[in-house]
Structures are given as structure tokens and as C-alpha cells.
Design a protein around this ligand. Structure first.
Ligand SMILES: [Zn+2]
Length: 253
């Protein structure tokens, strides 16, 4: 069976595939996820989604997936501990250099597939930077899995919890499906009945930021009372199908 893993191939194989292939770069984050989830949550989810979606997309298109960049922009989680973050300047440069390397390798379609809220702005900006400032002759895209899977996520029965949110019902479900041995269900904080202050960050269509807003919460957006393994499997399956469809559409652009 043909591999879809960029890092399993030789330089000659990659040179042969590059001009006609889409390459997906999963970007994650290592950051605190409350008292009950491992700090690898975002990286674990995006790695699984990216690899599975690329497998699916590869049935109809030439697609490869690089190793996941495990660290991202998580400055807002640093006060809680259990977090490794780049500064915004370093992170943007890092994504830029991954992009320029791939174009140097001969790829003309690059998709940064994001799995962490803090990376959204940088991922969008790197696409602008590579296209408009660097004027690279390539199609560069940036998307988060919850954007590709927005319609599916809206159908999930999360009892009002945000999806993906942070360290709440949605992510706990995904981790129960992917790495149950890392979920400490006995340490899930009791349900508070209302969303944490993190859900109040945006007013209308503007983006409002306040340095201490995350510390007014306990580092989660919602409690995990509607989390289940089954919900995690259902959510991941739908998201993977949506992301695969997006990859194929981007590939044909
Ligand atoms: Zn997360």
C-alpha cells in the first residue's frame, strides 16, 4: 500500500510526487487542559484527524501529510503551567520556513491544518505572507478542523457546550475515544451549569482580548458532563470526512 506520510518517503520519491501532490501540515499545541486531560490533547486530536483525513482523501487525490508541529501559540495558557509556547514572532517565522521549505521541495499546494485556537491568526497570516510578501508560486491554505467540520459539529448533542471549546465536553470526548488511558475521569471538575468567562471574549464580530481573561477561569471553557467515548468517536468520524472533503476540494482548485 502506498504511504501518505511525507517523512516515510525518500527525497527522490518526494521530488517525483511534489508537483502534483497536496501536502498537509498539521499544527498543534502542548498546553494545559484542566485537571483531567493531558497537555497533548490538541496535538493528539489534530494528528489523528490529519492522518485519517489524508488517508481518505488519498483515495481520490495525491495527498501527503507531514509530521505534526506539536508546539504552537499558547501564551494564554502559560500562567496555568503544563504549557510550552512559542512567541508570536517565532511561531510565524517557523510556519513561514516550513512553507518555504516545502515550496523548495517542489510542492505547489500546501495546507496548514490547525488544531488549536491560539494558532488561528498565525496560520491565516502565514498564508498571506507566503503568497503576498514572498510571492511564492504555490497555493497556500490555512484551515482549522472545526471550520471544515462546522456543520457536523453543530449537529452534535453537546448540551450547549461549545465545540471544540477547551478541555470541556467536546475535547474530553475526543480524548476518551483516542487515548482513554490519559483521561482522568475521577478528576473532572463538578458541573457549574454555566460557561466559563472564556466564552465571553468576543463582542459582535470584533475580537476582544484581555490579558487576565483566562485566569478568571480554571483553564476550561465548559464542564465535561456530556462527554462520552461514543460522542468522541462520532465527532471524529464526521470531522475526518469533512476535512478529507476539504482537502480534495483544495487539491482540485
Ligand atoms: Zn484543546
Amino acid at each position: 500500500m502506498r504511504t501518505t506520510r511525507f517523512d516515510d518517503l525518500t527525497r527522490e520519491e518526494l521530488a517525483r510526487l511534489a508537483p502534483g501532490a497536496t501536502v498537509v501540515v498539521p499544527i498543534g499545541s502542548i498546553e494545559q487542559h484542566g485537571p483531567h486531560l493531558p497537555v497533548c490533547a490538541d496535538t493528539e486530536i489534530i494528528t489523528h484527524v490529519a492522518r485519517s483525513a489524508v488517508e481518505l482523501a488519498a483515495e481520490t487525490a495525491s495527498v501527503l501529510v507531514t509530521p505534526t508541529l506539536p508546539f504552537g501559540l499558547a501564551q494564554h495558557h502559560l500562567p496555568f503551567g503544563g504549557t510550552i509556547s512559542f512567541s508570536s514572532k517565532v511561531y510565524l517565522d517557523l510556519l513561514t520556513e516550513i512553507g518555504t521549505s516545502l515550496v523548495n521541495d517542489g510542492f505547489q499546494r500546501i495546507l496548514f491544518l490547525n488544531g488549536h485556537g491560539g494558532n488561528v491568526s498565525a496560520a491565516a497570516m502565514v498564508a498571506d505572507r507566503l503568497a503576498y510578501e514572498y510571492r511564492l508560486d504555490a497555493h497556500i491554505a490555512a484551515a482549522s478542523y472545526w471550520e471544515c467540520g462546522a456543520d457536523s459539529l453543530a449537529k452534535l448533542d453537546l448540551d450547549g457546550a461549545p465545540a471544540p471549546g477547551h478541555a470541556g465536553s467536546f475535547e474530553t470526548s475526543c480524548l476518551l475515544a483516542l487515548r482513554p488511558e490519559l483521561v482522568h475521569t475521577d478528576r473532572i471538575p463538578p458541573a457549574e451549569g454555566e460557561l466559563q468567562p472564556l466564552a465571553e471574549q468576543s463582542a459582535f464580530t470584533s475580537t476582544v482580548r484581555l490579558p487576565e481573561v483566562w485566569q478568571r477561569s480554571d483553564g476550561r471553557t465548559d464542564d465535561s458532563h456530556s462527554a462520552s467515548t461514543e460522542l468522541g468517536h462520532i465527532a471524529l468520524k464526521m470531522i475526518i470526512a469533512d476535512v478529507a472533503e476539504f482537502i480534495v476540494r483544495f487539491h482540485r482548485t
